[in-house]
Design a protein around this ligand. Structure first.
Ligand code: 2M8
Length: 449
């Protein structure tokens, strides 16, 4: 399917409405992920949000990232949620009970797990655009990179050490939420070994009150497992070594690993350009080493049959062969040109974006040709605009601007109704989950810039 360029009127309407959504979700120093379903700051959402806001205001975008860093733990971990304000979101701070953790930050309540390290990718893009604009924006962005270089490095080092203690080159996650793709079929097999115990405190879900149809969200049985893992993290006092010894879910995540590799290279690039991170601590070289290790880990995970990267269940030692969009991790971190071309063709071909049943040729979270595909269930098949943005970004970076533009135009067509939904039914094009989702509006702005 060929998709045409949106008209000038459509572009004007979309950027106006996307800007409006981000302003409406702005709470001063941070942006809520969505108005009602997610009334807090989420880690990887904040990265995407920052690059969208940067198209309108570089200072406000940098503040978003600064605000996120206010929640960084002493270990270097950037937590997946910052609870700046009270709300009825569940699980909230009283469930996370991070006061048991010595490394928690002062002054802001947070969750106790993390999310994919997209932030430096966003920052590098913001810096690039600020330099193009020059003047005060450029000065501010460069100053921000100098000011925060060590914090980003500490974040990446946390993932590279506490979450890869045996140097496999794959970042270990302790909860499906850490992947950002909560109920993806990637995690079905490891979750089958997660067994909530009767001494888990009871809970009432709050999420279902905010969606039209519960089948768009994870099931109650899945939620019980999610809450049990939170309980296990609390009981381990959020100590990664203690959790590793006792926790039910320990998986090497290829998408997180690829993003870490790509982000570490970009951090090293920024450090070199600005003459920082070269001192005694050797931050630039440390970043390059992290990039190399995780790129190697991702490439090693690729199935010769499918050409897709696979997660590794570190409890059972099994590769997880699932046709999810995370399989395109090598496209994000590069390192093997023949594989990049194979993945480009696969991504645009009939098992993925070119599948005949898709309303819009944008990447679905699971291949419609896979038996695991579900049309309207969360991360089991629907299209997530941020994933499409990531694939377009990766194609551009690997010297495939035409393919990247194809995804960009298809992504814009999908968003033309300006609902900026959380995710989209891939066959009908219907909007699903939350409306006015910040990261969806943000990537629309970036695609239009
Ligand atoms: C979803 O995850 C949260 C838990 O973190 C939830 O379902 O309550 C995921 O889509 C995640 O990737 C995203 O960051 C978050 C906020 O948009 O929502």
């Amino acid at each position: 399917m060929t998709v045409s360029q949106p008209s000038a009127v459509e572009i004007g309407l979309m950027s106006g409405r996307a800007g409006y959504v981000l302003r409406a979700n702005d709470r001063g120093a941070f942006t809520v992920a969505s108005p009602t379903l997610y009334p807090h700051m989420w880690s990887w959402d904040a990265g995407f949000v920052a690059l969208g806001i940067a198209t309108v205001s570089v200072p406000r975008a940098l503040n978003e990232l600064r605000s996120l860093l206010s929640g960084q733990w002493a270990t270097g971990m950037i937590p997946h949620i910052l609870f700046h304000e009270p709300s009825d979101y569940f699980p909230g701070p009283e469930r996370w009970r991070t006061q048991v953790a010595a490394a928690r930050p002062a002054g802001v309540l947070t969750s106790g797990i993390c999310q994919p390290p997209i932030h430096v990718i966003a920052l590098s893009r913001i810096l690039h655009d600020a330099r193009r604009k020059g003047g005060a924006d450029q000065e501010l962005a460069e100053e921000f990179v100098r000011e925060t270089f060590d914090s980003w490095l500490a974040w990446h080092q946390y993932l590279a050490t506490a979450r890869d203690p045996y140097s496999y080159g794959l970042v270990e996650i302790h909860h499906g939420w850490e992947s950002g793709m909560d109920d993806s079929p990637r995690w079905d097999s490891p979750y089958a070994n997660v067994h909530p115990q009767p001494d888990m405190p009871p809970f009432v879900r709050a999420d279902l009150a905010h969606v039209a149809d519960p089948s768009q969200r994870p099931s109650d049985a899945e939620y019980a497992r999610y809450l049990w893992l939170v309980e296990q993290k609390v009981r381990a006092r959020y100590d990664d070594t203690a959790y590793r010894a006792t926790g039910d879910f320990v998986v090497g995540d290829v998408l997180v690993s690829a993003l870490l590799a790509a982000a570490s290279d970009l951090l090293a690039d920024m450090g070199e350009e600005l003459g920082i991170g070269g001192g005694t601590a050797g931050g630039v070289e440390q970043s390059r080493a992290i990039a190399r290790r995780f790129r190697t880990g991702v490439l090693r995970s690729v199935s010769p049959q499918t050409g897709l990267a696979r997660d590794l269940d570190l409890r059972t030692g099994q590769w997880l062969d699932v046709e999810s969009a995370a399989g395109f991790a090598p496209l994000l971190c590069g390192g093997d040109e023949a594989l990049t071309r194979r993945q480009r063709d696969l991504l645009l071909g009939p098992r993925w974006c070119g599948h005949s049943r898709l309303r819009w040729p944008v990447v679905p979270s699971v291949s419609p040709a896979s038996p695991a595909f579900r049309e309207q269930t969360y991360w089991r098949g629907p299209q997530w605009p941020v994933l499409n943005w990531l694939m377009a970004w990766a194609l551009n970076r690997s010297g495939e601007p035409e393919a990247a533009n194809q995804l960009r135009l298809a992504g814009l067509s999908q968003l033309i109704d300006c609902d900026f939904a959380e995710y989209y039914q891939p066959v009908t094009g219907e909007t699903l989950g939350s409306r006015d989702q910040s990261w969806t509006a943000a990537i629309a702005l970036d695609f239009l810039a």
